[in-house]
Ligand binder design. Structure first.
Ligand code: CMP
Length: 137
């Protein structure tokens, strides 16, 4: 089915000038960019986006990382795009993400308290709808 998903180029991806490379891979796969904006996220937006992770050990470092610089938010459409973007992104941990994936090819394990893994993709239809309404209000 045709779906829409939220892709975030995280602050590390923006700072490392990987926004174009990430979008290139998404478009090369056949997915369509519907909307895009650069955002300096605030606590309120991030708290809503990451509500499911509240209380986890990486929550506070994750919030600090995500507000450390601008992110690029994209609304992306395509058949099974939610799963497809997560396959393009690769595993959460940059060390074990397979080569050929965004995180596998470009992800660095900095040994910090949170995975600075370049990119986020919604994990379900429900998450995608919720997250898109937050970032593209
Ligand atoms: P994301 O897909 O944006 O969702 C939550 C984020 O938290 C994840 O990407 C990583 O950046 C980070 N994260 C998830 N699990 C861990 C973990 N076990 N240790 C550190 N950071 C994590």
């Amino acid at each position: 089915a045709i779906e829409e998903t939220l892709v975030l180029v995280k602050p590390d991806g923006v700072a490392r000038n990987l926004t174009g490379e990430i979008l290139r891979r998404i478009e090369a796969k056949g997915y369509s960019l519907v909307d895009i904006r650069m955002v300096q996220a605030d606590r309120e937006l991030l708290a809503q986006h990451y509500a499911e992770h509240e209380g986890k050990p990486f929550y506070e470092p994750l919030m600090e990382f995500m507000e450390s610089g601008p992110v690029v938010a994209m609304r992306v459409a395509g058949n099974r795009v939610i799963e497809g973007v997560r396959v393009l992104a690769g595993a959460t941990d940059p060390t074990t993400a397979l080569p050929g994936t965004i995180r596998g090819d470009f992800g660095r394990d900095w040994g910090l308290r949170v995975q600075q893994n370049l990119v986020h993709g919604s994990d379900s239809v429900e998450s995608a709808e919720r997250e898109l309404s937050l970032w593209f209000a």
